[in-house]
Structures are given as C-alpha cells and as structure tokens.
Design a protein. Structure first.
Length: 418
C-alpha cells in the first residue's frame, strides 16, 4: 500500500515540473558584415545579454536595432527575434606634412578643422592640396590624400582686382561669392572682407555675401597693405501688384502743355516697376515719371503697366484739325464727269470727350488748273478740254461755309488722260 502512494506522489511531482518549465527563445545577431556574434538561448521573461561590439573596417557600432527601432536590453524576452547592428561611417584620410603622413578620422560629412602646420627652415604654410588639386581641407572625403603646401617666406599682395566697383542683390537671396581676385595669386597675405553695415549685407572672409535688408553700404577688402572699397546695395524684394489704377483716367491738353499721372498700386506695399506707354508719340508723349505732354492735335491712350496689371488714361490734345482719306493717283478720262471719293474728319476736344464730326458735305476742291478740271464742290470732277498727257494736280480743301477756319490737305495727284 505504501509503495502505491509513493508512485502516485512521484508522478504528481514530475507532472507539476513539466507544467512550470519556462519557454526558451533564440536571439540572433546580424552584425551586417562585422565580426560574427553567436546567438543566445534566452528563457521567457529573461533579458538578452548585450554582446561585445562587432568589428567592422572604417565603421563604429552605434546601436542594435529590432525592426528599425533601438533595442532596449532591459526588456524581458517574449519571443525569438534577430537584432541588427547599426554603424556610423568613419571617414579616414591621409594628411601629408613635409613628408610625414598622419591619419585624420572623422564621423559624418563635415571634415574637422586643423591648425595651420608650421613649416621648416622659414617656410610658410600656404594651403592644402586635396587629391592632387589645391583646395580647402573641407573638400576632403573618405580615402583622400591631403598634402600641406609650403612656400619660401612671405609673398606680399600687390593688387586687389574686380571688374566692377559696385554690386547689388535682392533681400532674401542666398549667399554668393564676390568676383574678387588678388595678384599675385600665391600671395601669403590674408584676404579680409568687412561690411560697414551688416544690417544691409553680411560677408565672410571667403567673400561670400548674403543680402539682408534694403539699403546701401560699403564692403572693405584688405590684402596685406592693399585695400579696396566696393559699393553694395540690397534692393527690396519685388512684391507684385494685384491691382493698378491711374488718375485722371482721361485728360485734355493743349500742344506743349503737360500734366502728371498719379498711379496707385495694391497691395499698398507692392513694389512692381511702373512703366508708361503712349499709343501715339506723335500726339502725346509720357516720361518714366508719368509726365504727359501734348505734341500735336489728336487723341492717344497712355497705358500704365505694373507687372501683369495695367490701367489706361485717354488723352485728347486740343487743336482744330482735319484728317483726310482719299485715294491718291486717281485717273479720269478727258471730257468725262466722274466722282472721286474722299472723306474729311474734324477732330476736337470738348469736356474731356473726343468728338469726331464727318464734314464731307462741307468740303470743296481747289485746284491749280481749272482749265483741266472742273469740280462741283461735292467731290464730282469733270475733266474739261483736250489733254493729251497725264497732268498731276494738287488738291486742297477748305470749308465751303465761309468760316475763317482753313486746313490744307496733303497733295493728292489726279491724272487726266486722253
């Protein structure tokens, strides 16, 4: 009986142990080309032991990641997974100084600055040669060979050269370099730039300028004992006009009289360039300041443009005038009675309104050769007599109502043929 009880108890103990045994998970390490890291068997709820950093040429381990996120080695394990090694790029270049080679290491894209090396036997450091070309140290990349350049003694600056003595840029434009050179090119003197007003323009010792606020200042350039001064203007950034209006919208002028246009832009801070255009400069002209001047009797339109927007002002220049329309070089047969069509338009200005009156019925012909042509005052021409060759006849117009106003037309030729 006792034997049976012992067997039952042993069975219960074994069963309970089987039920309480922890699950085990496999944790793998992906060293991404670095030295091999062995996998770990970790019981559920336990922590992963952080391994030694893998070694990878030119790189240094930053962290281990799980599914793209930094892994916390204090977390309890609940499943199997793989951790991936993440490295930083370690850049290395060779620095050669008078035959001695050194290694310069840095992380990221920015090359660390170095103090200027001191040359032997009175030689002066001039600069760096990166991969065989003279260039700043900052241009070095991973694997570059950088050599220090030395010259014998000091080489003084002789001149500072620039094609222009003034420059400008608009507010907010990015940095750009002033086109400044020195002679000789291998001078050991330092080139120094200084702005009189950094609120207008900032400049560094590489000659890179950044326009700040609208204004005018000077930039002083020094190279050894040589100095140069240039003018710099920062112009206000253009704000395009959304609307333009002009006052007055119409005007009447006498010949040689002037008037000025007032232009309003919206928004109030618009800086679009304003331009003035006359539709007929033989009648009226306009200056770039908006001053309108009458030239000859007639009508024209002044257009004011600001960017893509525009407005108009109608201008009438006072003075009685007649515009003639007639076919020139008309031929008529001798002893015939033909009508030569013409039109005369009277132009004048009243109360800023342009009036055009057709005065054809009040115009008559006057000719120099009444023996050749007879007219009836209404445009009907009768060729009289026997004319055996072509005759050019000038034609003039006057009012037939006896008024004192007189206008002489251009010369029209009428040919009387046999």
């Amino acid at each position: 009986m006792k034997k049976k009880i012992v067997l039952v108890l042993l069975f219960l103990v074994l069963s309970l142990s089987a039920c309480t045994k922890k699950a085990s998970y496999i944790i793998n390490f992906d060293s991404d080309g670095g030295t091999f890291i062995e996998a770990q068997n970790v019981n559920e709820g336990d922590k992963v032991l952080k391994p030694n950093n893998p070694v990878k040429d030119g790189k240094e381990l930053i962290e281990w990641q799980l599914n793209g996120q930094t892994y916390d080695f204090d977390l309890p394990v609940k499943e199997s997974f793989t951790l991936k090694a993440i490295y930083t790029k370690l850049n290395v270049c060779s620095i050669v100084i008078e035959g001695q080679t050194y290694q310069l290491e840095w992380e990221g894209d920015e090359v660390p600055e170095l103090s200027n090396p001191i040359g032997k036997d009175g030689k002066v450091f001039k600069g760096w040669k990166v991969d065989g070309k003279e260039a700043p140290l900052s241009s070095a990349v991973n694997g570059s060979v950088v050599e220090a350049i030395f010259i014998d003694g000091d080489i003084p600056c002789v001149s500072i050269n620039s094609e222009y003595n003034s420059f400008y840029a608009y507010e907010g434009t990015g940095a750009w370099k002033l086109p400044i050179t020195v002679s000789p090119e291998d001078t050991t003197d330092e080139l120094i730039f200084k702005s009189d007003d950094e609120n207008v323009v900032k400049v560094d010792n590489e000659g890179n300028v950044i326009a700040q606020k609208a204004g005018v200042t000077k930039i002083h350039i020094t190279c050894g004992k040589i100095t140069k001064e240039i003018k710099f203007e920062t112009k206000a950034k253009t704000i395009e006009a959304s609307e333009v209006s002009v006052t007055p919208s119409s005007m009447k002028l006498y010949v040689d009289a002037t008037n000025i246009l007032t232009v309003t832009l919206k928004p109030d801070n618009a800086t679009s360039e304003v331009k003035y255009i006359s539709s007929d400069n033989s009648v009226v002209t306009v200056s770039d300041k908006g001053i309108v001047k009458g030239v000859a009797p007639g009508v024209a339109t002044i257009t004011v443009k600001a960017g893509e927007k525009s407005a108009n002002c109608s201008v009438c220049v006072e003075g009685e005038t007649v515009v003639f329309e007639m076919q020139n070089n008309v031929s008529v047969k001798a002893e015939s009675h033909e009508k030569i069509p013409f039109k005369a338009t009277h132009i004048s200005c009243y109360d800023f309104v342009i009036n055009k009156t057709d005065v054809t019925d009040y115009v008559e012909f006057h000719t120099a050769y009444t023996s050749a042509l007879i007219n009836d005052g209404a445009g009907n021409i009768e060729a009289a007599g026997a004319v055996f060759e072509t005759v050019d006849i000038p034609v003039y117009f006057t009012y037939s109502d006896g008024s004192s106003f007189f206008v002489q037309s251009p010369t029209f030729n009428i040919h009387v043929e046999k």
